[in-house]
Ligand binder design. Structure first.
Ligand code: PLP
Length: 754
């Protein structure tokens, strides 16, 4: 018996072969905790606190085992005892502590920080039910709670409590800590705060609950439905709980390391991930005031300590809170926010830069830009648009503050863990240096013309497609044929991401097949997407896609060529199955609207080709792989911005002027769709597309149809050429490692110690 097996036996309390799965899972969790504790390090110099309302961390067992370097050994020990690691993994619930890309980015960053041996913790909230679990009932989305706090959870309860004043009452925020193991690196922590008084029995039907009982409901869900006032206020309370506890934790830890508060910026760097944690600015100023530091100095300290990441130019996502909400929830902050507003108005008299506007709303992003030392965008195009249009007045005021940090993904999860076949093949071809130095993936280009290598890459893709097919059948009862071309559009459902363009393109293909114009290759189009509970049109698009899927399935003439699969409850676990199996990655947002995207990077890294617009990081992908290795279509961001400025876009003109567009949109409420579809829902979507189409789907329709057709032809006609394009994509993906992104943040913004 080796040492690892011995320790596992002790932790199980019996030989591994005799332990049941639950016991073994628990033992592995303890083992990981022990091993990660050994890798904690004393911090010297600056430590990062990455504050974020979301951390979409995914399941942790496999990743922790990989990062601790004991994955293979553990699997072997289990196998010898007749146990299966994959089955144990299924016992773990995925925490849905994020909506999508923004939360997943935060999780990738924590992995890279620990891997690069940088001192950097996450700070967020311990939501009991995360976002929600998505179910389909009559092909419509239903939300149910998504519990993850099992008896054995990664988040360890501590005795650390911080008092937080909200709405005139005092609450106690308790700290829970999850170890974050780096790949052959140190251990950092994800610090999650919660109230002891939260009561899970408050939930009624679905995910509805009494939104006024603050002490009982505060951390039940991530972003409770904010379509009503009680929901919006709850968000303010959640945010304040998070930042007040975070600020106290930061001051406490810094003081323990010798900080006298005047020198806080030498001990702490705070990254404000989007506007949700913005109240940390006035809260820190308030707390520093309690330590005897004057207002002006406190403002300087906070500015030197904090930096802000902007994640979107969509106006509705830039938070503006009515002054009255803040006065009710956090009256102690309002005098400080007013003083900051006065300071901002001294620096700049343009009303577009004000913190408190004429309508008495507090602009969180404006407070961030004025009172942090760095504002970064998340892809080259996004930063450029911020500087030239959305935030141009701020860029003129503070040109030195603006910078770009193109997003990245951790290769440990999005390659090594989710695609072991490809990982092994890469190791065989170019050695394993790419695991810690992603730029080494370029060595793969050496094999660009090597037919044996290209064939092997396609074999791996086929095996991953088979694995996805088996998983789909087992978990969702859907049969798919793994020999078809797999196209995937998986991401949050939002009109700007334009799942509706894919929908219209599929209807067009349906008519083509019916007319005897058969596609070059049979295709299965996967979707995975949750819609915000109050986002009606997004839910309508889900319904339309599910119903169209029924239409195709019921028609043998069509189903031979075309299938739609809408995967239920898209989350990190589903993404890990889908992405390695993808041939064609659909990244079809309206140019200028997708800040970066990170899904696009995951697909590229796993050897899928991108069908996309010149938006977000697609632009950088296109530059890296070259025009011949990507399928770009549609309006440019400049054209889109010009069209918005002119205000002359009329969807109806496109609908009336183009018979193919009209035919596709009319189909939505035709006889076929109404067999299983809801007339009212489909009519509403149709009206939206004809009467508004705010994200300009129709002007890109024909270009999209043509470009997808070309991709299908390339796939069908010359597999070797296709494989070569895939190889180039994998080889050029190194730039999108979050290790590179984090190194950039550290070099330009954080300057962390060791
Ligand atoms: C990466 C990821 C996203 C982000 O996808 P985008 O295409 O960049 O919007 C969303 N959800 C999950 C589960 C992810 O893993």
């Amino acid at each position: 018996m080796n040492r690892l097996e011995q320790r596992l036996t002790e932790l199980c309390g019996c030989p591994v072969a005799q332990a049941d799965d639950q016991t073994l899972y628990r033992a592995l969790l303890m083992l990981v905790r022990e091993k990660s504790r050994d890798k904690c390090q004393v911090v010297h110099g600056r430590k990062l606190y990455y504050i974020s309302a979301e951390f979409l961390i995914g399941k942790l067992l496999s990743n922790n085992l990989i990062n601790l370097g004991i994955y293979d050994e553990v699997r072997a020990v289990l196998q010898n005892a007749g146990k299966d690691l994959a089955r144990l993994e299924e016992l773990e619930a995925e925490p849905s502590l994020g909506n999508g890309g923004l939360g997943r980015l935060a999780a990738c960053f924590l992995d890279s920080l620990a891997t690069l041996n940088l001192p950097g913790d996450g700070v967020g909230l311990r939501y009991h039910f995360g976002l929600f679990r998505q179910k389909f009932v009559n092909d419509r989305q239903k939300e149910t709670p998504d519990p993850w706090l099992q008896q054995e959870s990664w988040a360890e309860k501590t005795d650390i409590l911080f008092p937080v004043q909200m709405g005139g009452k005092e609450f106690a925020a308790r700290l829970y800590r999850l170890p974050v193991t780096g790949y052959e690196g140190r251990t950092n922590y994800l610090n999650l705060f919660d109230l002891d008084s939260v009561d899970e029995s408050l939930i009624n039907e679905g995910i509805s609950f009494d939104k006024t009982a603050l002490a009982q409901n505060l951390t039940l869900f991530l972003y409770p439905d904010d379509s009503d006032e009680a929901g919006r206020k709850l968000r303010v309370y959640q945010q304040y709980l998070m930042v007040s506890a975070a600020a106290q934790l930061i001051l406490c830890e810094s003081a323990e390391r010798g900080c006298c508060y005047h020198d806080l910026a030498d001990y702490a760097a705070i990254q404000i991930n989007d506007t949700h944690p913005s109240m940390v600015i006035p809260e820190l100023i308030r707390l520093l005031g309690e330590k005897g530091i004057g207002f002006d100095e406190a403002v300087q300290i906070v500015t030197d300590t904090c930096a802000y990441t902007n994640h979107t130019i969509l106006a509705e996502a830039l938070e503006k809170w009515p002054r009255a909400y803040l006065e009710e929830a956090v009256p102690q902050l309002m005098p400080i926010i007013e003083k900051l507003d006065a300071l901002a108005k001294e620096r700049c008299d343009d009303p577009a830069c004000a913190i408190i506007d004429e309508q008495d709303r507090v602009h969180m992003a404006h407070m961030d830009i004025h009172f942090t030392h760095s504002t970064n965008g998340v892809a080259a195009l996004h930063t450029q648009i911020l500087k030239s249009s959305e935030l141009a007045h701020f860029d003129r005021l503070y040109p030195e503050k603006f910078n770009n940090k193109t997003n990245g993904i951790t290769f440990r999860r999005w390659l090594m863990s989710c695609n072991p076949l490809l990982t092994d093949e890469l190791c065989r071809l170019i050695g394993d240096g790419f695991k810690k130095d992603a730029s080494q993936l370029k060595k793969l280009l050496f094999y660009k013309e090597d037919e044996a290598v290209l064939r092997r890459l396609m074999e791996i893709k086929d095996q991953n497609k088979q694995a996805l097919s088996v998983w789909m059948h087992k978990t969702q009862g859907v049969s798919v044929d793994p020999t078809r071309l797999f196209s995937i559009q998986s991401k949050r459902l939002h009109e700007y991401k334009r799942q509706q363009l894919n929908l219209l393109g599929l209807i067009h293909q349906y008519f083509e097949i019916k007319a005897g114009h058969l596609p070059p290759v049979p295709m299965t189009c996967f979707f995975g997407a949750k819609a915000a509970p109050a986002y009606t049109i997004a839910k309508d698009i889900i319904h339309a896609l599910r119903v169209l899927s029924n239409v195709f399935a019921a028609d043998p003439e069509v189903s031979r060529w075309l299938q739609i699969v809408f995967v239920e409850n898209y989350n990190v676990t589903a993404a890990e199955k889908m992405i390695p199996a993808c041939d064609l990655s659909e990244q079809i947002s309206l140019a200028s609207k997708e800040a970066s995207g990170t899904g696009n990077m995951k697909f590229m890294l796993n050897g899928a080709l991108t069908l996309g617009t010149m938006d977000g990081a697609n632009v950088e992908i296109a530059q890296l792989v070259g025009d011949e290795n990507i399928y770009i279509f549609g309006q440019s961001s400049q054209q889109v911005i010009r069209r918005y400025a002119a205000g002359d876009y009329s969807a109806r003109e496109w609908y009336e002027g183009d018979p193919n567009i009209r035919r596709a949109i009319d189909f939505l409420t035709g006889e076929q769709m109404l067999k299983t579809g809801d007339r009212e829902v489909l009519r509403r979507l149709q009206n939206e597309l004809i009467g508004k189409d705010w994200f300009q789907t129709l002007p890109d329709f024909n270009a999209y149809v043509l470009r997808r057709r070309q991709a299908m032809e390339d796939y069908a006609v010359s597999p070797m050429l296709w494989a070569k394009k895939c190889l180039v994509n994998i080889a050029q993906a190194g730039y999108f490692s979050s290790d590179r992104t984090i190194a950039d943040y550290d070099r330009d913004i954080w300057h962390l110690g060791q």
